[in-house]
Design a protein. Structure first.
Length: 282
């Protein structure tokens, strides 16, 4: 039996509250900084209460552009990051689920070898293959383009592995029943496997969307045109201005706005995300 001890329950809540405070405090600091004037940071003392420039700061960020601060307008960067994150997340899911389906349900020579070759790529981070990948992208003329930003990052061994493991748990009786009913491979995939994979797809989409949204190194390498800057690149450029003091209120305002899309994705897909991570019985 599980004992209900009030002090243990209180201790658990205190630990959770402390964790929330530690995680949320930097966000609070960024928000407070975005409500003050740039001159408020010259002294090196960080204000702890909101200032009076909230509307002016966010109006400047959203409508006036940030060319003087070292970055293009915020709307364009948010749009570029959104396109890149959606292309990477959706592309990874589509390619991974199809490759896992082929590996599990089709019999062809060197099937297991193909899977292990895909799996071994987990040990090759982007930094290791960044030079040959850049060479291929440059030779194909995909620099300064959405294709160059997203296509090289679409393949995912992790998602392929997760879908493969899930497909292996699907009872063989479902495949046999589909064959008896006259369903072909595509119909079985569309009508049976896809609905069963809904929670897995949702969980992977949240993880991969955040992965794509936070990309910095690859966009920095393949993008020299300001029209294709991402929001993460914009924040870095704004904080590294030369011969001038960074406008920290604008930097923090952009950081706050950059956090909103991933947070909204997590909030709206929270139920499916948690279910996809913890569900064992399909």
């Amino acid at each position: 039996m599980v004992e209900h001890r009030p002090y243990l329950k209180l201790l658990a809540h205190l630990v959770l509250i402390l964790g929330v405070v530690i995680v949320a405090f930097p966000v609070y600091v960024a928000f407070i900084a975005s409500t003050h004037k740039t001159t408020d940071f010259i002294t090196g003392v960080m204000p702890v209460l909101p200032g009076s420039d909230f509307l002016a700061t966010y109006k400047t960020v959203l409508f006036s552009g940030l060319a003087a601060a070292g970055a293009p307008p915020i709307g364009m960067m948010l749009g570029n990051s959104l396109i890149m994150a959606l292309a990477i997340s959706l592309g990874k899911i589509v390619i991974s689920i199809l490759s896992a389906y082929a590996i599990v349900y089709f019999r062809f020579p060197f099937r297991q070898l193909a899977f292990w070759i895909i799996f071994v790529t987990l040990m090759l981070p982007v930094e290791v293959r960044i030079v040959p990948t850049f060479k291929v992208v440059a030779d194909l003329g995909m620099l300064n383009s959405y294709a160059g930003l997203s296509i090289p990052l679409i393949a995912s061994a992790t998602a392929t592995f997760l879908f493969r493991q899930f497909f292996l748990t699907v009872p063989d009786e479902l495949l046999e029943s589909a064959r008896v009913d006259g369903a072909g491979p595509l119909k079985f995939f569309k009508d049976i496997l896809l609905p069963l994979s809904r929670t897995n797809i949702a969980a992977l989409f949240v993880i991969l969307f955040i992965y794509g949204w936070n990309q910095y190194l690859w966009p920095l390498i393949v993008t020299t045109d300001s029209e294709h800057y991402t929001i993460v690149m914009g924040i870095k450029r704004m904080s590294d201005v030369t011969d001038a003091e960074p406008q920290w209120n604008l930097v923090m305002a952009v950081a706050i706005l950059a956090m909103l899309p991933p947070v909204l994705v997590v909030i709206f897909m929270q139920r499916l995300f948690v279910k996809g991570l913890v569900e064992t019985e399909k």
